[in-house]
Design a protein around this ligand. Structure first.
Ligand SMILES: [Cu+2]
Length: 186
């Protein structure tokens, strides 16, 4: 291998360890295909005899098998991420925007929401005369909560790790009445 290629492969391994095997084997397969095509095009009698043909077929099969194995191994990691994304694959927002039913019902405008992991903003609009808040919990552990407000808007921030959460109103029995939903952080 050329020293430059070795350095490139090494930095690739360091940068993306999970994908590196696929890139390396895939690149080798691509290089082999190009070399084979170029050589075959200029040498009509290629490959020479049964032994040469067997060698060419064997090398191709090994490279394809290697690329497929690496792709499958890599896909395990990618599959988890892809599964969590909605069709369309847009990155989730860092803001959770919720509004209480403006007519005074015990519900939010959405039953489920998704935000990006990290520093998130929770923006809560409550135009109704009833006091509400937004409390975010993972299981029974509260990780964030807005102020309790009526006829107002409030924001708070929270650092949310990936996972499944619930959001609900902690005022009186509002949660039990249906003022809750699920929050996915990823
Ligand atoms: Cu409430």
């Amino acid at each position: 291998m050329h020293p430059g290629n070795v350095a490139g492969a090494a930095s690739l391994l360091a940068a993306a360890p999970s994908k590196a095997p696929f890139y390396v084997v895939g690149a080798a397969l691509a290089a082999w295909a190009v070399a084979l095509a170029a050589f075959g095009a200029t040498h009509p009698e290629f490959p020479h005899g049964a032994g040469g043909a067997r060698l060419v077929v064997l090398t191709t099969v090994l490279l394809v098998a290697g690329a497929m194995t690496a792709a499958v191994l890599t896909a395990g990691d990618e599959g988890g991420k892809a599964q969590a994304r909605p069709a369309g694959g847009a990155a989730p927002s860092s803001t959770l925007a919720l509004a209480a039913d403006p007519s005074g019902g015990l519900s939010y405008d959405v039953r489920q929401a998704t935000v990006a992991a990290g520093a998130d903003t929770i923006r809560f609009v409550n135009r109704s005369p009833l006091a509400h808040d937004v409390t975010i919990a993972q299981g029974s552990k509260v990780v964030a909560a807005t102020k309790t407000i009526d006829h107002a808007t409030t924001t708070t921030t929270a650092r949310l790790a990936p996972g499944r959460y619930v959001f609900y109103c902690s005022v009186d029995e509002h949660r039990q009445a249906g003022m809750q939903g699920t929050l996915t952080v990823r």
